[in-house]
Structure formats: C-alpha cells, structure tokens
Design a binder for this molecule. Sequence first.
Ligand code: FES
Length: 153
Amino acid sequence: PSISRSTTINGKSYDLTGLDPRVTLLDLLRERIYFTGTKKGCDHGQCGACTVHVNGRRVNSCLTLAIMTAGKEVTTIEGLGQPGNLHPMQAAFVEHDGYQCGYCTSGQIMSAVALLKEPIGTTDEDIKQAMAGNICRCGAYPNILAAVKQVRG
Ligand code: FES
C-alpha cells in the first residue's frame, strides 16, 4: 500500500512531500499556509492556544508534527465557521463575551467543540476539568464556561 504524503486541512488537500519532518503542525498552519487563527502561546503543550482538531479530536498542534497528519483531516478555527455563518460555539462565545484579549479564543473554541463529543460529566466542575488545558491569562473563565454550557445544553 502507498503511504499518504498529503494532509487535508479545512477540506483542502496539502502535499507534504519534501516538508522537513521536524516542522510542527502549528508552524505548518501559521507559517507555511497562513491559517493564522491558530495561535502560538507557549510552543510547549502548556497553554492550549494552538488547539486544532485532527480527525475530530483536539490536539495541541505545537506538539504534533505536520507529517503525523498525513492521510488525516485537520480542522482549524477557519474551518469551523465563517463570518455570518458561525459555529454555535463561536456564536455562544460572542454572546457571552467568552474572551478579553482574544489570543486564547481559537484554542478555547476548538477544545470546547471537541469536548461536545467526549464522555465527560455535566457539572461545571466536569467542564472546567475538560477545559483545563486551555489557559486564559485575562481570566475570562466564567464567560467561557457560560458559553460552553449553553451549547452543551
Ligand atoms: Fe501549543 Fe501552548 S502553543 S500548547
């Protein structure tokens, strides 16, 4: 069987042939194909600003080599919704002011959307625990929690 050398990002195929295998998914997104909605905070897997989906699961793109996504589907905040056609989680963050400076927001939203499909409990504490990998230095946590709860129902 042939080995896939391409990855699909927001529905479009990208050829990874010749890409330095040390390039992270985060750097591929931001510096090579300019999906700059995904943010680099720590570059060490500690802040969550770089969260994207790979085959529907949330990952820290700073800890994921781009080549590891060959044959897989990557979704970034740009692929989630568009102005005028926001994903319900994006709309809830707007409605509840789930941000202040906005730097962590893409990662927060990508995590929040992924957790909708994860087997976590329904209490505030359960949601806070599930979102613990996404740091907000402005401290917008109460509003983020309100947004996530609205979409989870
Ligand atoms: Fe990836 Fe902070 S930039 S976790």
